[in-house]
Design a binder for this molecule. Sequence first.
Ligand SMILES: Nc1nc2c(c(=O)[nH]1)N[C@H]1C(S)=C(S)[C@@H](COP(=O)(O)OP(=O)(O)OC[C@H]3O[C@@H](n4cnc5c(N)ncnc54)[C@H](O)[C@@H]3O)O[C@H]1N2
Ligand code: MOO
Length: 418
Amino acid sequence: MSSLAACSTGKSGPTLSVDAARLRAIAAACPVAGQEMLALDQAAGRVISAPVTADHALPPFDNSAMDGYALRLSDLTGDGPWHLPVSARIAAGDARALTLAAGAAARIFTGAPVPVGADAVVMQERVTRAGDMVSLTDRPRSGQNIRRRGEDVAKGAQALAAGLALTPPRLALLAGCGVASVAVHPRVRVAILSTGNELSEPGLTLGPGQIYNSNRVLLRATLSRLPWVDLTDLGILPDDPASIRVAIRHAAQTHDVVISSGGVSAGEEDHILDALRLESAELDVLKVAIRPGKPLTVGRLGKALYFGLPGNPYAAAITFSQIAKPALRRAAGLMEEPDTWVPAVAGFTYSRTTGRREYVPVTWSRRDSFGRPILMRLGQGASASMSPMAQATGIAVIPPELEVVGPNQPLQVEPLLD
Ligand SMILES: Nc1nc2c(c(=O)[nH]1)N[C@H]1C(S)=C(S)[C@@H](COP(=O)(O)OP(=O)(O)OC[C@H]3O[C@@H](n4cnc5c(N)ncnc54)[C@H](O)[C@@H]3O)O[C@H]1N2
Ligand code: MOO
C-alpha cells in the first residue's frame, strides 16, 4: 500500500490494470468486525460470520420418497410376482415407531417414517393392490425410494461455511437442519456523497449551469438493495476544499466505507484528491486503465475505505460495479465472488484507441448458432451519456489491446447494475 505522501501530486501515480486495481481495493477492505445473531426471518441476504453446524440430521429419520409400499427384500424369495399382505398404513407425521411385520408390506406415503425392517419402498404405480394384498413383479433395489436419516446433512456436520450470503436456498437448508438463528457479519456502514457546485436535485428548478444529480440516485438505488449495507446519504457537497475535508473526515470516522462521486480528475475544481492528501489518506489506486472511469481513486481514510468515483455517470456506474462493489463485498465478509460473464460475439464494428479495458453498453435480440448473444453497441462511448446504460441489457468487455472490434469477435458480456 503506497501512502499519498509518497505519491507525486495530482493523478500522476501509476496507471493500474482493472484487475490490479480491483485486487488492491479488495486487499484494502477488511471484513467489518463483530457479529450479530439473527433469526432466519431477519437474515435474508446477510453474510454468515462463522460456520453453521446442523442441530438436527437432515432428514431427521429414514422416510419414504414416494407414495407406495414399504417391504423387506428378503421376503421376496424366488422369482416374482410376489404377493404380500398389507399390514400397516403409515402417513407423514405418524409418530409410532413401527416395525414391519415379517412377510408383509406397509402402505406408506411420501415423507412418512419407514418402518424398522423395511429396506425398500415400491411406488404405487408399480404394484397391483387387491383388497389387503399387494403384488409386484420387479425386484426393487436395496434402499429404493428411502431417504436416509442425515443423507443431506449429518447431525453436527457443517451445513454452511462462513463468508456465504444467506440466499433463500441456504436459509431453507438451515431451517431444515433445525437452525433457528445464525451469526452474521454486521452491516457495512456506507456513506455516499456527491460533489459539484453544478448539482441540483430532481424536483427543483435548474439554475444556469446546473444539472440534476444522477449519481446520488444511482448509488442509492444500488446500495440500498444490498442487504449487508447500512447506507447513509450525505447529499451534495459544494466544490469547496474546506467543507469537503470536514465532510470526508467526519464520514470516515463514522462509516466503514465512504463513496464520493466527482472531483477526482485534474482540474482546479477537483478537490477530492487534495482533501484526501491533507487528511493523510493512504491511496492505493489513483488511475486505472479502464474506459470509462480512468481517474478512479481508492484509498484508506482513517479506518474507512474510500472510493472517489469519477463524476460522469457512466464512469461512476462502471467503476462502482467493477472495483468498488467487489471490495464492498469483502468488507461485508463475503468470500465468494460471483462470476457472471457469458460468452457473446460482436454484431458491430468499432475502431478504438488501445490501452484501456473498455466497458461498452450493449443489447441483443439475436443469438448465433452456438447460442451466443450477437451484441449491438449502444451509444458512442461517452461517459457522460446515460441513455446507453439505461437501455443496456449488459456491458461488453473489450480487452485493452484490441484495436478493432469486428463482427463475430468473441467478447465477454456481463450484467451492469440491476
Ligand atoms: N484535464 C483533464 N480533464 C479530465 C480528465 C483528465 O484526465 N484530464 N479526465 C476526464 C475523465 S475521463 C473523467 S471520467 C472526468 C472525471 O471527472 P471528475 O471525477 O473530476 O468529476 P467532475 O469533474 O466533478 O465531473 C465530471 C462530469 O460529471 C458530471 N457530474 C458530476 N457529478 C455528477 C452527478 N452526481 N450526477 C450527474 N453528473 C455529475 C459533471 O457535471 C461533469 O460534467 O473528468 C474528465 N476531465
Ligand atoms: O474515464 Mo472518463 O470516465 O473516460 O470519462
